[in-house]
Write a protein that binds this ligand. Structure first.
Ligand SMILES: [Zn+2]
Length: 190
């Protein structure tokens, strides 16, 4: 994993990000450009220019060209959980998965990034999965929490490394025996 970072970059522990990707045997050869924005206004404007409607808590996003992040000095400690490295690893994981797959359900797209970035407390009891993750969209309340719950359910069946490997291998998620709509419906019932 190679990152190209602009002038505003704070000291990022790139090694810790690379370690996450190595842990899952994920190799991505294209350099990833990381651009920091020195104001929330510039960050938001850039997103709106791209046709997005960014929520006020957003810290970073990506496209196939790279990662765009708000200067970490501007992050609100009240609403932003996680380190800069986690956020960059999360966005980089999106870039990797998108480079390999086309039809990715939202919960798998986000869950994969959260797993690779180490943002899911796999050892914790997150409570029973109450919602089929296929019903989630970006407006859903508890979106990331529900995805974390779904990933905990799956990682209890196989482990997190196998889980990440399967996400990279499977093409038809919706009909898959592990990730499929029916499988997740069963997981909710349990
Ligand atoms: Zn994400």
């Amino acid at each position: 994993m190679e990152f190209v970072i602009n002038d505003f970059a704070k000291s990022i522990d790139l090694q810790s990000i690379n370690t996450r990707f190595q842990l899952f045997h994920i190799d991505y050869s294209k350099p990833i450009q990381v651009t920091f924005f020195t104001s929330r206004r510039l960050f938001t404007e850039r997103l709106i220019d791209e046709g997005a409607n960014p929520p006020p808590w957003l810290l970073a996003y990506q496209d196939q060209q790279g990662i765009y992040a708000l200067d970490p000095d501007l992050w609100d400690p009240e609403t932003s959980s996680g380190s800069l490295e986690e956020v960059i690893a999360h966005e980089a994981a999106h870039i990797v998965l998108q480079s390999m797959k086309t039809e990715i359900p939202l919960w798998i797209y986000e869950g994969f990034a959260m797993l690779v970035a180490g943002q899911i407390p796999l050892d914790d009891e997150l409570g029973p999965l109450l919602t089929n993750p296929y019903s989630l969209d970006y407006e859903s309340e508890d979106l990331y929490y529900t995805i974390a719950q779904a990933m905990v359910v799956l990682s209890a069946q196989i482990n997190e490394f196998e889980l990440v490997r399967r996400i990279l291998e499977v093409d038809d998620y919706v009909n898959d025996s592990l990730f499929g709509f029916e499988a997740m419906r069963e997981a909710v019932k349990r």
